[in-house]
Design a protein around this ligand. Sequence first.
Ligand code: GLY
Length: 375
Amino acid sequence: MSLTVTTSSVTYPIIVDDGALETLPARLAEFGLRGRLWLVSDAGVAAQFGEPLAERLRAAGREVQSFVVPSGEASKSPEQLGQLYDWLIGGGVERRDALLALGGGVVGDLAGYAAATVLRGVALVQLPTTLLAMVDSAIGGKTGINHALGKNLIGAFHQPRLVLADTATLTTLPPRELRAGMAEVIKHGVIRDAGLFEELEALAATRGWTDTGRDGFAAWAASDAARAGRLTAIIRRAVAVKVAVVNVDEREEGERITLNYGHTLGHAIEKLAEGWSLLHGEAVAIGMHAAARIAAAMGLCGEDLVERQRALLAAYGLAVAVPDGLDPEAVLATAMRDKKVRAGRIRWVLPTALGHVVVRDDVPEAVVRSALQAV
Ligand code: GLY
């Protein structure tokens, strides 16, 4: 199981460990990052993890500046990016410096894009503190912000020099965010690792979370023993899927689009739901269910797969119904503006069996409509 990204231009490790942040000063030195450090975090993690981390780095003799962005998807905006540029350029950022992105997908994408573009690129270190960022967004170099017409429409590939995921940060992650992150973990099982999917099923069955309500998984994950052991192992396995995909297709010319499973409709639903009221992973869970329904309607997989995936999402507290009031036509129209649309056709990632997906651009709109109506 490799946790090292190796592309034509870069090689970097993804370190997943309980207490990994404590090793950051030594890791930065190991990776030759000796310039000034620009630490970006969000309001949710700044006090708890950002300030102690800055202190640890200063104690190790490093010069550190900090910037805190408001929590939430709305921060992936041109305005927030402009404030980051003001802070970096006003503070005299130099090419040899490094930007540290401490937080979830929003911080990683926003700070990553600032790192990709300021001075035509400075070093980036991803320090994901959410499950979603640990298994997906912090790995593989996608950075960017949203546009009024859709998510992530402005961005750049900029690979980090290092990804350090401290699973201790998950113990204080709000249960809702932990649940949302599980959508991406389950996604990795469906697209490439049936064994991961089965392990998640076995874990949910042993623990009987469904009896303890939506937050059953979160309560378990908040325990020291869980995160240090089985959860960390699951995260590493989900990371391995992401790494394997990026290693064969850094620039999304082929296989990387499979990571988009559930995202075509998920992004559209996320955008249309009032005021970013759904978390990314929550919208992706709905998108995965709709995509599996489309696959079943196209005869690519059986209803059993649709049901098995729905049951696993539910076991980790994820709902699969489109929010009330969302018009399927508006969802479809928004999905058509997705950047993965090619020659006016949506490229759908659809499951054929657990651990296997295909990419199809010939799904009739009527099939999509009826899948959306059914969820
Ligand atoms: N999150 C999808 C990708 O990195 O390609």
